[in-house]
Design a binder for this molecule. Structure first.
Ligand code: P6P
Length: 332
């Protein structure tokens, strides 16, 4: 029988492998896993309790906020903030930064999208939480500010996501490979189910919203047409898989191989997805699994951020597929 390893046990084992580890990162990851359990509890009951539907407010993105978004946001801020390990936070749902209720010795920064893909909640399509962790740039937690949040993705000390789907899976990396844990509700634990995830060099799926065809630049259309051509040697035509929930599309492609593209378009010159709490954490995971993530030109993790909610085009997944997509941008 396979050993049952809880995510908390895995955090401790990871810490032991790193001689310089102080245990702080382990505690942070504990906090994130705990918050994920609280969010999961409501997400999987969403159809049963009155937290479905529009909360009547709009978030900083100008999007109508569903109650579950607000719930997840509050849970993460309070469940994690109460331990004082994070000096400052940034969330998709909050315009400015968040200083947790108890910030005494926090040396870390947490950026997160509490419930990505939330427009799918009412129709029972997978949604996800995405998180990104940095060290403070300075030494004084009391002086933490927006500049601690605006660090290049390459400086993340850990990142990951939770996908609330047919099963609930938490995937994380602290720079030593990518590991997935499936939630077992009978014992209330995330158990190791996907150790050392590696993504294939090329895939068979492409994920893009072809409904935006009229907004695509020529190079995007040319790339899609290339993927649809018949050529057995290059595994074409690819199959299209687009759920409209970033975490779900990313997770499938990570495991099976493939590419997710949210490009710059005529109406969204910077793309739609957010750099700091969507592209960067997923790019960290993707590279740790052997994949590639760029904005079509630059490595996502090299982008120097200017704003907390800035957008970026995103080409992410199997390395050869991302390189092929980039070649169309260069040559079309
Ligand atoms: P579109 C969900 O709203 C989201 O932020 C991502 O989860 C998803 O990949 C994307 O937007 C879908 O956007 O424009 O294709 O509906």
């Amino acid at each position: 029988m396979k050993k049952l390893i809880t995510i908390e046990r895995h955090f401790v084992e990871e810490q032991k492998r790193n001689p310089h580890a102080t245990g702080e990162l382990t505690d942070l990851l504990y906090d994130v896993a705990f918050a994920a359990k609280l969010v999961r509890r409501e997400v999987v009951r969403a159809g049963l309790v009155d937290i479905i539907g529009m909360a009547g407010t709009t978030n900083v993105q100008g999007e109508e906020v569903k109650k579950l978004d607000l719930f997840a946001n509050d849970k993460i801020i309070n469940a994690i903030g109460q331990h004082g390990r994070f000096a400052i936070m940034g969330s998709e749902e909050n315009e400015g930064t968040i200083v947790p209720p108890k910030n005494e010795s926090g040396k870390y920064v947490l950026l997160f999208d509490p419930l990505d893909g939330s427009s799918n909640i009412d129709v029972n399509v997978s949604v996800g939480t995405i998180f990104s962790i940095y060290r403070l740039t300075g030494s004084n937690p009391q002086k933490a500010d927006i500049n601690d949040c605006l660090q290049k993705g390459m400086h993340q000390v850990a990142a990951g996501y939770v996908i609330y789907g047919s099963s609930v899976v938490m995937v994380y990396s602290s720079g030593h490979g990518v590991h997935g844990f499936t939630y077992d509700p009978t014992i209330g634990e995330f158990l190791l189910s996907h150790e050392n995830i590696t993504t294939p060099k090329n895939g068979k799926y492409y994920s893009i919203n072809e409904g935006s065809l009229n907004q695509f630049h020529d190079h995007t259309t040319a790339y899609i047409n290339y993927l649809k051509e018949e050529d057995k040697a290059t595994g074409r035509p690819y199959s299209t898989r687009y759920i409209g929930s970033l975490v779900a599309d990313f997770h499938r492609n990570l495991l099976t191989g493939g590419i997710f593209v949210y490009p710059a378009t005529k109406t969204h010159p910077d793309g739609k997805l957010r750099l700091m709490y969507e592209a960067n954490p997923l790019a960290f995971i993707c590279e740790q699994a052997g994949g590639k993530a760029t904005d079509g030109n630059r490595r996502i993790l090299d982008i120097d951020p200017l704003q907390l909610h800035q957008r970026t085009p995103l080409y992410i997944g199997s390395e050869d597929d991302v390189l092929k997509a980039e070649s169309f941008i260069k040559n079309t």
